[in-house]
Structure formats: C-alpha cells, structure tokens
Design a protein around this ligand. Structure first.
Ligand SMILES: NC(=O)c1ccc[n+]([C@@H]2O[C@H](COP(=O)([O-])OP(=O)(O)OC[C@H]3O[C@@H](n4cnc5c(N)ncnc54)[C@H](OP(=O)(O)O)[C@@H]3O)[C@@H](O)[C@H]2O)c1
Length: 338
C-alpha cells in the first residue's frame, strides 16, 4: 500500500455544478427515465466476496473500477450503465459527487474503491503526501492529493478516516472553507491499548468518540462506517431488498447531513439505520452488541433500541470491558495498530 513514487500533479478542476451535484444540492430532481425504471426493475443482488480479516489491508482494486476521466466524459446513460455494472446498489439514480477522503488506509482505500466504481470523483490524502500514494491511486482510481486539497475538492462530501489519536494533528482550519451543507463523515474508533493511548473524556464517557472528533474538527460530523470491517465495506454491499443485507448505523446532530449520508450508505449496498444524535452514538462504538456484527436492519434497530439513549455508568463499564478484552485478544495475536 505504501509507495515511493513521485506524482505531485494538482487535481483537475471540479466538474461543472450541473454534472456533479448530488440530489440534495438542488430542489429540482429529474424524474427517472423509462430506461432507468427498467434497469431498476431488473436489478439483481451481487455475490459476496470472501470476507477478510479485520486488520487486513483493504483489497483495494478487487472490484471493477473506472478512471475518473472516463466518468467525467461519458454520457449520463453510459455512466448509469457503467455504475450498474460496477455494483451501484441503490434503486435511485444518484448523480456523481466530488468526494474528499482524508486517510488512505483500510477504510479510506475501501471507500475509494467503491466510490470511484460508482462513478464519483474521489480525492484521497494521507499524512505523508500524494507522492506516497501512487499505488493507492492505481488500485482505487482516486486522485492522490494533500489533506487540504481533499477538503477543497470534496465539495459534496468529506470523509475523515484516520487514527483517532491523529485527529488533533490535522491542520487547523482544514475544513473552514468547506461549504456548510457538505457532510463530513467520521469513521473513528477508540483503541486505547493498541493505538490511541488514554483520552480522558472517552475514558470517563463524558463524550462519545465522535463528539470528541467533532470538537476537534470544529464542524458537525456524521458517524458511520466505524463498525464494519474495511474488507466487508468494500465487498459485501448488495442490492436493496436482498435478504440479510448488512445495515450500518448512522448518527449525527445535523439531520440534513445524516439523511444525505444515509442515501450514500444505500448506494454502497447497505441498509442505513438512524442511530440518533452524536451523543447517542455510543451505541455503535466498540464493545457494544452491534459492533462489527454485520446485522440486518431489523436486528440492528432492536439492539439500538434495547440500549436506550442515555448511556448508564454500568453500560459504559460493560462496553469498555468488552472492548478491552477484544484489544487484549488482538494484542495476544500479535496485531498492531499504528
Ligand atoms: N480497519 C478497519 O476495518 C476499520 C473499520 C472501521 C473503522 N475503522 C476506524 O477508522 C479509522 C481509520 O482506520 P484505518 O484502519 O483505515 O486506518 P489505517 O489503515 O491505519 O490508515 C490510516 C490512514 O490515515 C492517514 N493519516 C494518519 N494521520 C494523518 C494525518 N494527520 N493527516 C492525514 N492523514 C493521516 C495515514 O496516512 P500515513 O500512512 O501517511 O500516516 C493512513 O493513510 C480509525 O479510527 C479506525 O479505528 C477502521
């Protein structure tokens, strides 16, 4: 995944608004064409790929994907057919977006593979600079950029997916010029033993993990993709209505942003389940019943409802202990997180 090649060319200019804005960017939504309706009616589930290990590097590039240049120049009909072939799982036609991903590891790469294969333009960054991401570019079809450029070019969506302990290292004002209605996704999990060290607010439970991230970023975030393995995120999306379709909890204080992200979750092949506010997002954190469990939507809703909304001290202690056991088991297997 690491590379030493040197490509520092700046990302191309964004496409015209009319061709890249998602449905929520405009009050006008086109009615689907007859062809679109016929295609939706004949949609079939895709087969599952082999599941990978939690800590295995995302197999970026295992799915079909297409270059950004192709997606930019092809006709809407061609793009639609191409996206269908690449595994667009939503029954709704979904305009292509400009997406910035900060973090090019397991989750960042897995998302980049899926999003580029759906026709979106993806700009991806790590901490060491775009020249170190040649291989990621080749495998994902995303354009390697700096974190600042990812924030600048991700006009429709930003994903922050770096180790929790590194969140405070992100450049100050990184998101200052990102439009207010651009959703910002946080995929963080807290691994105090293996990676993050002790963060007092998370140890006491006074904040949820994403509330802590939100405070650092200075912008509302949407918590999602934190409780599915990167490999499953890349390979286990299926068409809506497929029995056993995996569901993902989505939490945010910004309900408009949450709705937009829930649409994207569906497009990626998963049922989106509303997990309430960011303060309630402890219910999808490590150590809870649904964490990494790939539950279908009805079971996930049941689990979330059974926990209530306000975390009790007993729940905090229980889930923290569960997670500590998991971290210890990972450590015993020699698993290291950086
Ligand atoms: N792995 C999973 O299956 C999984 C599942 C759900 C949620 N998560 C959570 O999602 C987050 C990301 O996990 P991951 O497994 O994808 O991590 P990872 O594989 O370790 O990758 C981390 C990425 O973040 C980049 N990064 C680190 N600090 C940065 C900074 N200051 N600015 C820009 N980029 C920076 C790294 O770049 P460099 O290499 O250049 O430092 C690397 O590309 C974590 O909170 C994790 O717990 C992981």
């Amino acid at each position: 995944m690491r590379s030493t090649s040197t490509s520092t060319s700046p990302p191309p200019k964004s496409r015209p608004e009319s061709r890249c804005r998602p449905p929520w960017a405009s009050s006008f939504r086109r009615a689907p064409s007859i062809l679109t309706i016929l295609l939706a009616a004949t949609q079939r589930p895709v087969s599952f790929a082999e599941a990978g290990r939690f800590c295995g590097r995302a197999g970026a590039g295992s799915g079909a994907h297409y270059s950004r240049q192709k997606s930019k120049t092809a006709s809407p009909l061609f793009n639609h057919l191409r996206r269908r072939r690449a595994g667009a799982h939503s029954t709704q036609p979904f305009p292509t977006m400009n997406i910035g991903i900060i973090g090019a590891g397991h989750i960042g790469s897995a998302l980049a593979v899926r999003l580029t294969s759906l026709g979106h333009s993806v700009y991806i960054a790590n901490s060491r600079g775009p020249e170190t991401l040649k291989e990621v570019e080749q495998k994902t079809g995303a354009k390697a950029v700096t974190a600042e450029q990812a924030a600048q070019h991700g006009t429709d969506l930003i994903v922050v997916t770096i180790p929790l302990k590194n969140i405070p290292d992100l450049p100050k004002n990184l998101l200052a010029s990102v439009p207010q209605d651009t959703p910002i996704i946080d995929t963080s999990n807290y691994y105090p033993m293996l990676r993050d060290g002790q963060i007092p607010e998370l140890e006491t439970g006074s904040l949820t993990e994403s509330e802590w991230v939100q405070q650092h970023l200075g912008r509302p975030v949407v918590k999602v993709f934190n409780n599915i393995y990167a490999d499953h995120l890349q390979n286990k999306g299926v068409a809506a209505g497929t029995p056993g379709r995996i569901s993902l909890p989505v939490a945010s204080d910004d309900s408009a942003a949450k709705q937009k992200v829930m649409q994207l979750v569906d497009e990626l092949g998963f049922d989106a389940v509303d997990d309430g506010t960011l303060h309630e997002s402890w219910r999808q954190q490590p150590g809870t019943p649904s964490y990494g469990a790939d539950l279908p939507a009805d079971q996930l809703r049941e689990h979330l409802a059974s926990l209530g909304t306000e975390r009790t001290e007993a729940q905090h202690a229980e889930f923290k202990a569960n997670h500590a056991r998991t971290e210890q088991a990972m450590a015993d297997q020699g698993i290291k997180l950086k």
